[in-house]
Write a protein that binds this ligand. Structure first.
Ligand code: THU
Length: 161
């Protein structure tokens, strides 16, 4: 038996103001786009904005449904748009923020398990890691180098060969 180790490091900024200008811009856009979320059931509005390697920006927000499982998260809404509008163009960075209408929005959230799986597939598909910039409307910001860091031992296309 061998014991193996998985670890990753990430950056923590005390506030978005400390981020490099390009990242701050993305965070501010993600915060702003939360207003277009459709989340009447959770009142938890999530916004994601990505900068592609060609400089284009794509956004996504969560879109809920009275039949709850039909709802889609902001991150997967974004990936579907990016793949449709800019096929095969890699994503450089994605900022994810949220506005919790009934609570606080002062700490970063990170993508749910289903979104992690989708993000990892996208990284593999376009052969480039996606930097994730995670924040609330205020407070500290976490920057993860690649979505794959959030899904160790992931299942992928190689397993289907
Ligand atoms: N949600 C997202 O859109 N992204 C996340 O990273 C976490 C959760 C959505 C799903 C649902 O509409 C609401 O937030 C509450 O879970």
């Amino acid at each position: 038996m061998n014991k193996e180790d998985h670890r990753f490091s990430y950056e923590v900024y005390p506030s978005a103001d400390e981020l490099p200008a390009q990242d701050l811009l993305l965070v501010n856009k993600a915060r702003a786009v939360t207003s277009t979320a459709y989340a009447p059931y959770s009142n938890f509005n999530v916004g994601a904005v990505a900068r592609l390697v060609n400089g284009e920006m794509v956004s996504g927000t969560n879109q809920e449904n009275a039949a709850y499982p039909v709802g889609i998260c902001a991150e997967r809404a974004l990936l579907a748009s990016a793949a449709t509008l800019f096929p095969n163009i890699a994503i450089d960075s994605m900022a994810i923020s949220y506005h919790n209408i009934n609570g606080v929005s002062n700490h970063p959230i990170s993508p749910c398990g289903m979104c992690r799986q989708s993000l990892v597939e996208y990284e593999e598909r376009v052969k480039k890691p996606i930097r994730l910039i995670l924040s609330g409307m205020e407070g500290k910001v976490i920057v993860v180098e690649k979505a794959n860091d959030l899904l160790p031992l992931s299942f992928g296309s190689i397993d289907l060969k």
